[in-house]
Design a protein around this ligand. Sequence first.
Ligand code: MRU
Length: 337
Amino acid sequence: MRVVLKDGVAEFRAVWFEGEKVRMIDQRILPQRFEIVEVGHCKDVANAIKDMTIRGAPSIGAAAAYGMALATLSKMDANEAATILKAARPTANDLFYAVDHMLKSIASGCDPVNEANRYADDIVQRCTMIGENGASLIDDGCSVMTHCNAGALATVDVGTALAPIRMAWYAGKKVFVFVSETRPRLQGMRLTAWELVNEGIPHAIITDGASGHFMKKDVDIIIVGADRIASNGDFANKIGTYEKAVVARELGIPFYVAAPVSSFDFSIDSGDKIPIENRSEGEVTDMEGRRIAPMGSSALNPAFDVTPSKYVRGFITETGVLSPSNIIKMRGDRPAD
Ligand code: MRU
């Protein structure tokens, strides 16, 4: 991804392996500070996923793949490492997909670092294809709404929901992006807007509650990412996605989900079976470390919601744009195990 720094422009991935360490952009502190965190143990990778130093389904998967590589280098038992990594966060399918992929590769004698690098490269390649397949949905002069961050930070590089926007922009189309702030952790305002600033793509941050207001007359298309997609097309994504999809249906705005094969969970037949992470009350009641809500109020903080497939116009994948009834086709497109 293109990152504008004080002393120029540089290319980074969200997570990579270098000098026997996993390195990742610290997504907790952007855009105020741009810092790279280095971790040298599988358990530290699990902690970085848990505390959201690294986040976004495909980036979590790639970090976990590197975590498995670190475990092998330190002669840690692969099954123990897999258990620790899988316990880091419950919703994103990519975490489980990547760890299982690495378990198989390690058991078959592959070099674990090469294999984790291959996994990360493969995700970037798939996101590039998602961008190419989705760019034609974005007409010149189009206004696109997105939610949370499904950009390069969330996917090692390129993005899922942001990939078609990037490709349309690179092709010379005029685009405008409505970025919903994404309470409580503000991945839209802090991370998606930061990526768009780095690319020079016109956008505005809106409060989550303003989405319906702008959808009424200013939004042509909505593209979001996904953390887990069931085989019937129901999908989990950042809390607040469901209501956007419902309002989009009411207003006739096409609603698309962009995701690679690693986010599809064919072992479950409906969204009811997707485990939803509940995060701390403090993320809701406090801001910048200071309590804002009255003492004595409690808060509920599900990190994701599930949107039924009937609201989805199409899934933008590396194999093409698929209707919900067609997603079973993704089954045949798993990366080499
Ligand atoms: O809690 P987060 O920030 O990990 O949630 C991320 C999302 O909900 C993204 O939309 C999703 O992972 C898709 S990322 C390509």
